[in-house]
Design a protein around this ligand. Structure first.
Ligand SMILES: Nc1ncnc2c1ncn2[C@@H]1O[C@H](COP(=O)(O)OP(=O)(O)O)[C@@H](O)[C@H]1O
Ligand SMILES: [Mg+2]
Length: 262
């Protein structure tokens, strides 16, 4: 068992299982693949056998009612340790994230922007970005983040925690982009923001996509997320109940009503 693990890590070339997504060509490994993930908070069994694939360069909307397990699934993917993943495999660009700690997953290109944004107190906008950029593989130049979010450039000397909610969200996304990332996980980025700010952030998600970065968008505002996303995965009580094109969800009233209440 130990030898097998080691072999897989050394070779770094094990093929993920493809049963999770019939749409994907059977010969090519999925860019991202979660296979039969089970995860617990203590005794609470929350993620109950979740499988899905993500194609490189797409925006995937991860949807479901409040409490469906969206945040828990993102946290499992990011290897946070809470919830604790007890079973399953998670692959990103042929790397076995399920064998990694959170910092290793981050080093391998995964970035989680949590719902509470976690802006570091006492640091300016620029210092928040500089701190994030101290990584083995830096990503975007800070100036490029300011081009994407001009508001951040204007407020570069302002303390990050004094920004508006929308600006803090921009800073949280900017902090992810200054690292070399492959997969961006956004947990309810539009929450509590005015529609014009949501428009602004949505536009930047398209720019980020055009740069080749793959995004998972968790949103309560399912219609907005579906309008932007290429594909959608819907969760209900910790299991996948839909995996397909975003347009299919928009076209399927029954599905929307049953699992998204829209
Ligand atoms: N830290 C935790 N400890 C115990 N249960 C939790 C914890 N966080 C979330 N849960 C439970 O896990 C379930 C899924 O929560 P969550 O992943 O946050 O759902 P969503 O993000 O879809 O709203 C809910 O029943 C929630 O109460
Ligand atoms: Mg959540």
């Amino acid at each position: 068992m130990a030898d097998q693990t080691l072999l897989g890590e050394v070779q770094g070339y094990e093929r993920p299982d493809h049963r999770a997504n019939a749409n994907h060509a059977a010969t090519a490994p999925a860019f991202f693949s979660a296979h039969d993930i089970h995860a617990y908070y203590g005794e609470s069994y929350i993620v109950q056998g979740v499988s899905f694939n993500i194609h490189e360069g797409e925006i995937l909307a991860l949807l479901g009612r409040n409490g469906a397990g969206k945040t828990s699934t993102l946290r499992a993917m990011a290897r946070t340790g809470s919830p604790l993943v007890t079973h399953g495999e998670i692959w990103l660009d042929r790397k076995p994230l399920h064998r990694m700690k959170s910092y290793e997953a981050a080093q391998n290109g995964l970035a989680l922007v949590p719902e509470d944004r976690r802006i570091i107190q006492g640091l300016t906008v620029e210092e928040n970005l500089e701190l994030a950029r101290i990584a083995p593989d830096p990503g975007w130049e800070i100036e490029r983040v300011y081009e994407l979010f001009p508001r951040l450039g204007e407020r570069r000397k302002q303390e990050g925690t004094t920004l508006s909610g929308g600006e803090q969200q921009m800073l949280a996304i900017g902090r992810a982009l200054v690292r070399q990332i492959k997969l961006l996980l956004l947990d309810e980025p539009y929450e509590g923001l005015a529609p014009v700010i949501v428009d602004e952030i949505e536009k930047t998600l398209n720019v980020i996509k055009a740069q080749g970065i793959t995004t998972v968008l968790v949103e309560q505002n399912a219609l907005r997320a579906l309008a932007l996303a290429d594909r959608a995965v819907i969760l209900d009580t910790g299991t996948v109940v839909f995996d397909g094109l975003a347009q299919e969800v928009l076209d399927n009233e029954e599905l929307r009503h049953e699992y998204l209440a829209i």
